[in-house]
Design a binder for this molecule. Structure first.
Ligand code: DC
Length: 234
């Protein structure tokens, strides 16, 4: 297998919340020496900004303020050579930890229903894809952002398995939250992601389904690499 890409390669990974998309996307990007872009982190940045600037108060979003605020939001990913991954910066400040907290997690599905938010972030994502080869994960990458992606993967796993994984992560980070609350949040996010009017989470017709409930990290990576090989993309 070639270690470095010559032709530009776009790989879209969509799927439900917390089903391990980012883990496999990062491994894949590392293996192929291409960029990894976490599109969910971009929706999380907008949510964090809205919380920090009183655009969301008691769970209620001020739509007009949010629309104006988008002009003041810049989101970048900078490669950290120590961790060998991209880290998320909101208006030049590292926010990797803040955007993963429960407060942002609870509100991000609501923020991502606004069509003006999606329009702005999709444009940014498409610009990133014009520049370089990448693996991008999210909910609408294969359907809206890169409908002509070279390979589309649709990942899924039972909500209980996903909640168990996320619950462990919260425990490791010292966030005090019950398993039931994590499961409820995942089920609510699935419902919102699948039922929103704008770019709902659906499998693209030409996407390959990857149910990773019983697959190790390495098996998931290998199965995507095989799909790339089948298509002579690597
Ligand atoms: O992948 P994640 O859990 O970090 O995503 C956070 C939220 O952002 C998720 O609830 C749905 C939304 N999202 C989206 O609507 N479209 C994307 N391409 C990525 C994420």
């Amino acid at each position: 297998m070639k270690e470095t890409q010559t032709k530009k390669l776009i790989i879209a990974i969509d799927g439900h919340s917390s089903c391990g998309k980012s883990t496999v996307a990062k491994d894949l990007a590392k293996q192929l020496h291409i960029a990894y872009i976490d599109s969910g982190a971009m929706y999380r940045c907008v949510t964090l900004y809205a919380l920090q600037h009183n655009i969301i108060v008691d769970g209620v979003v001020n739509e007009e303020k949010l629309q104006h605020a988008l002009n003041n939001i810049s989101i970048e990913f900078r490669f950290n050579p120590e961790t060998q991954t991209n880290q998320t910066y909101l208006n030049t400040i590292l926010v990797e930890k803040e955007i993963r907290g429960m407060e942002v997690t609870k509100l991000v599905s609501t923020i991502s229903t606004y069509s003006f938010v999606r329009k702005k972030l999709v444009e940014l994502q498409q610009k990133m894809g014009e520049k370089e080869s990448l693996v991008m994960d999210g909910r609408d990458i294969g359907t809206v952002v890169f409908p002509k992606a070279d390979l589309k993967i649709f990942m899924t796993t039972a909500p209980e398995i996903r909640a168990e994984r996320r619950f462990k992560e919260f425990q490791e980070k010292g966030e005090n939250i019950s398993f039931d609350a994590v499961l409820k949040n995942i089920q609510e996010r699935d419902h919102m992601d699948e039922n929103r009017a704008e770019s709902p989470l659906i499998k693209a017709n030409d996407a390959v389904v990857l149910d990773n409930g019983n697959l190790s990290k390495e098996e998931q990576l290998q199965s995507i690499l095989q799909e790339l090989q089948k298509r002579s993309l690597i």
